[in-house]
Design a protein around this ligand. Structure first.
Ligand code: DGY
Length: 300
């Protein structure tokens, strides 16, 4: 099966594809009837140029930009990489919670600027992480991994999601109640029509002063303009790994102290990325053999 991959992803598994061509989508301009498999990293699938496409293997768990419905309507199988990046993403969410709450990056900038002459610590004390209340929006695989990490910090965990579950990982709250009660809020819902703009200006206004908001999910889940306004006012703090229209980041944030910015690093560990490649390849090989894919995505 001829496979087109928009990038060469890390790990030896990639070499198991014996007929693969690496081509960024921007360079795909002509119809390619020879291509039956496509590897994308949450990019729009150019169905019109790939008339014989059988399978899209998405390198990532989120597939909001792939165009799932159109693929499924055409009978093209779509797969993603759930599970293998939960630890990496939960670790990063926790890193951002800690860094944001404990002013780690501000401290780093202070030292690098040569400004550490006296103590800054007495005038700029942070709020403690240990013992505070963490609100998890979306208690799926990654949200649950964050909740398990929270135990080591004696955090009180609240969670919200579409359906209330029977769990000892945290106490259920309606979204608004969670936002109004938490000291730390972390987002772990996929981007869907229902979650786009979920944390809008009104809901940002429910956050208490000094709350840290962490987003390692998708920028579009938050009203980014309203978030920028809140951050510029200094009322809340944030750790942001994802943005609307990446890699663009609102330049107003560059000079703001109360936000930590990272370039979509959630799954960027060697272990996670290699496991994602393994799953991408296994899905392609399964479809090639006429077997069911390991991790197919379904509509809805
Ligand atoms: C995902 O898997 O959806 C991540 O955002 C990719 O790093």
């Amino acid at each position: 099966m001829r496979v087109l991959a928009t990038r060469r992803s890390p790990g030896a598994a990639f070499d198991e594809l014996d007929d693969v061509e690496v081509l960024p989508l921007a360079e795909l301009r002509e119809s390619r009837p020879d291509v039956e498999g496509l590897v994308v990293a949450n990019e729009p699938v150019p169905l019109g140029l790939l008339p014989n496409l059988r399978v899209v293997a998405n390198y990532g768990v989120g597939y909001d930009r792939v165009g799932l419905e159109a693929c499924l309507e055409r009978g093209v199988v779509v797969t993603n990489t759930p599970g293998v990046l939960d630890a990496a993403t939960a670790d990063l969410a926790f890193a951002l919670l800690l860094a944001t709450r404990r002013q780690v990056v501000e401290g780093d900038r202070f030292v690098r600027a040569g400004a550490w002459r006296g103590s800054w610590a007495d005038s700029r004390t942070a709020e403690e992480v240990t013992g505070s209340t963490l609100g998890i929006v979306g208690l799926g695989r990654i949200g649950s991994a964050v909740a398990r990490r929270a135990r080591g910090f004696d955090l009180r965990v609240l969670y919200t999601q579409r359906t209330r579950v029977d769990t000892d990982l945290g106490e259920y709250r309606e979204l608004d109640a969670l936002l109004a009660e938490a000291d730390l809020v972390t987002l772990h819902v996929p981007l869907t029509p229902e979650t786009r703009g979920l944390i809008d200006a009104r809901r940002l206004g429910l956050l208490r002063d000094g709350v840290c908001l962490v987003n390692t999910a998708r920028g579009e889940i938050v009203d980014q303009e309203a978030l920028v306004r809140e951050l510029l006012s200094g009322r809340i703090r944030a750790g942001l790994d994802v943005f609307v229209g990446e890699p663009h980041v609102p330049p107003e944030l560059f000079g703001v102290e109360n936000v930590v910015l990272t370039p979509h690093l959630g799954s960027a560990t060697r272990q996670a990325r290699e496991a994602m490649t393994r799953l991408v390849v296994d899905n392609l090989l399964a479809v090639e053999r006429g077997e069911p894919p390991l991790t197919p995505v379904s509509a809805g």
